[in-house]
Design a protein around this ligand. Structure first.
Ligand SMILES: [Zn+2]
Length: 415
């Protein structure tokens, strides 16, 4: 680089650079190892569609796709994250493709915390409908490597089975026609997308449940779970009738819509983590997704309709139920969370358990709702790499099945 700059300075000083001559000379100065490492290829990587991840890519001299994922950054912090990847490889059917992905040096709560391990997976689809989960290798430089054969001219690759804004819109359109449900717009995201609350059941039912999904853009598992839950509650079968006699459900299904639309990993469009800073009211401009949720909650509380339980559904590589442990007497809350945990174990494939007594993550929705609003709340993490209880890597169908079973959990929780 130094030599390149010096050469340019000399050329400028001598007045030797002019017109197209500049471009030729500069190109000649690009270090050989870099220029040679970019090969022409009959493989193209498409990142220009809904929820595709921003990514720089090249084909190296061995013909492999090398994708440099783009970090999602938090405002005024060191935190950055890459968990989401979603792109389309285009090549002739039968082509053997090797992909190397890099930039997994995440910073979480101000410390390095890469999720990349031998347990990491990717999902692949040749029609963006039927997905399969496959294993990966971790190669030096904390990079992910995997190979596959093109079974069609297009191969969609993603970190988890994608759930896009358009998938949500399809569900909302179905719900809109159902007498048991209603969709209300409560505000707008930073980029102006609408934020909806879905209500399922009778507003005057004895108990109320609030669910939020997709505060973090890559965590599609929460949306698939909501799909399954909505499907069950609107099935109008005997179980669904029994559930809705006891409780009414309110759902904010996709808090971080902007991040989902843009194929980002974690933060909202302003670099705000929607599962942090719940110890105080959110700023309307920087975090409208949280601001409008809180406005709606305050309205519910004023109308004597405070939720009796709130769950914030996420994805991580652990799969635990994150119990809040603020200072003060939380004996009753902990007893209720014990009950929730045992019901999850009994009625669903959940086996990962609750976080230990030493675990605290202040500022999450779980802790903020409990301390500021008096709502019993927890963060429910779904392991996006492996479901222990099923002994398999998760696909959308598994999370939908979890969503189908959750209403039974809440029925007994509210007993
Ligand atoms: Zn999350």
């Amino acid at each position: 680089m130094m030599k390149y700059n010096v050469t340019l300075k000399v050329l400028f000083a001598c007045g030797l650079i002019a017109g197209t001559g500049l471009r030729t000379d500069v190109r000649a100065q690009i270090p050989g190892d870099k220029a040679d490492s970019i090969a022409a290829s009959k493989i193209f990587v498409h990142t220009g569609f809904e929820n595709a991840s921003p990514m720089n890519w090249r084909i190296d001299s061995a013909g492999r796709v090398v994708g440099s994922l783009v970090y999602d950054h938090e405002r005024f912090s060191r935190n950055r994250a890459v968990n989401h990847f979603h792109f389309r490889v285009e090549a002739a059917t039968g082509t053997e493709v090797t992909v190397i992905l890099e930039n997994f040096d995440n910073i979480w709560n101000n410390r390095f915390a890469s999720d990349l391990s031998e347990r990491s997976r990717f999902v692949i689809s040749f029609d963006h409908k039927k997905w399969e989960s496959r294993s990966i290798e971790v190669v030096p430089g904390r990079r992910m490597l995997f190979r596959f054969r093109m079974e069609a001219p297009f191969a969609y690759i993603a970190s988890v089975e994608p759930y896009r804004v358009s998938d949500l819109e399809k569900m909302l359109a179905t719900i809109g026609k159902n007498k048991l449900a209603a969709v209300t717009t409560i505000g707008k995201t930073a980029e102006g997308r609408s934020l909806e609350i879905i209500r399922i059941g009778n507003e005057n039912a004895p108990k109320r449940l609030f669910l939020r999904a997709r505060a973090h853009a890559f965590e599609a598992g929460g949306n698939w779970t909501v799909e399954g839950l909505v499907q069950k509650l609107l099935s109008n079968d005997d179980d669904a009738k029994r559930y809705l006699k006891r409780y009414c459900v309110y759902i904010l299904p996709m808090a971080n819509k902007d991040g989902v639309a843009r194929g980002k990993t974690r933060f909202n469009a302003n670099g705000y983590d929607l599962n942090r800073k719940w110890d105080k009211p959110a700023d309307e401009l920087i975090a409208p997704e949280n601001y409008y949720l809180e406005q709606w909650l305050q309205k519910m509380i004023r109308a004597n309709k405070k939720p009796d339980l709130a769950l914030d559904v996420h994805n991580d590589a652990g799969g635990n139920l994150h119990i809040s442990r603020p200072d003060g007497d939380i004996t009753d809350y902990l007893a209720r969370m014990d009950k929730l945990e045992s019901l999850l174990r009994k009625h669903t494939w959940f086996t990962e358990g609750a976080t230990k007594a030493s675990f605290r993550n202040p500022g999450t929705l779980g802790e903020g709702f409990l301390t500021r609003l008096g709502i019993y709340a927890a963060v429910y993490e779904l392991n996006y790499e492996w479901i222990k209880g099923l002994n398999k890597a998760p696909l959308a169908a598994d999370w939908i099945s979890l969503g189908n079973k959750l209403p039974e959990v809440f029925y007994h929780y509210f007993e």
